[in-house]
Ligand binder design. Structure first.
Ligand code: 5RP
Length: 219
């Protein structure tokens, strides 16, 4: 089975976590897109969805699913999203699609974060995938210097602006041995909006698409 088929299978399996009348949080990326397409088949069951990006909002709307503003919602019962990497404590790196800040907001607003990944995303130590940092434009160069001092290799994502109008700096060559500490440290650099480490608020349930079916882990 190829990775795309695993993503699709695991995305479909997340439908089991949705209850009648829910307003659900929906993530961003190719796995989240499979989830949105599957959600269309049960759209009558939910009241609506809060999207973590403009592209997911557009995809939800194209299926006739009501897209709600987070400011008009209370805490959400569930948030379903993919990840770039996940470790054994269900700490994640995210933001390959550049939606990390809104993803972090919707995850924080949700009682249960169900992360859906294919088996290639499971790692022993986070950091193999370049870590995105969203940066206010005027601080781009300052933050780049501060990130370089951490020992990684920061690179501005070419021709990219986030849905919030900011830049992304991707840091390669990091070995994230203490994700909570690094998440805090990066957030404390003035000009950083957020970073792609999800360790303070990890996933609650991990669903992994494998060649032999969907496997479940939880914290
Ligand atoms: C987007 C994300 C995605 O969840 C992450 O990049 C995984 O994407 P995919 O499902 O396409 O592998 O964080 O900002």
């Amino acid at each position: 089975m190829d990775l795309d088929s695993m993503k699709k299978a695991v995305a479909i399996s997340a439908l089991d976590y949705i209850e009648v009348g829910d307003v659900i949080g929906v993530g961003t990326g190719s796995t989240a897109n499979y989830f949105i397409d599957a959600l269309a088949g049960i759209k009558g069951k939910i009241e609506g969805a809060v999207a973590s990006s403009d592209s997911s909002a557009a995809r939800l709307a194209s299926h006739g699913i009501t897209v709600l503003d987070l400011n008009d919602c209370d805490d959400l019962p569930v948030y379903i999203d993919g990840a770039d990497e996940v470790d054994r404590h269900l700490r994640l790196t995210k933001g390959g699609g550049g939606a990390l800040t809104r993803e972090k907001i919707v995850a924080e607003a949700s009682r249960r974060f169900i992360c859906v990944v294919d088996e290639s995303k499971e790692v022993d130590v986070l950091g193999g995938f370049p870590l995105p940092v969203e940066v206010i434009p005027m601080a781009r160069s300052l933050v780049g210097r501060r990130l370089a001092a951490l020992g990684g290799m920061p690179a501005l994502r070419n021709n990219f602006r986030t849905d919030n109008g900011n830049f992304i700096i991707d840091i390669s060559n990091l070995s994230i041995t203490d994700p909570i500490e690094l998440e805090t440290r990066l957030n404390n650099i003035p000009g950083v909006v957020s970073n792609g480490i999800f360790a303070h608020r990890p996933a609650d349930i991990l669903l992994v698409g494998t060649s032999t079916g969907v496997r479940r882990r939880e914290t």
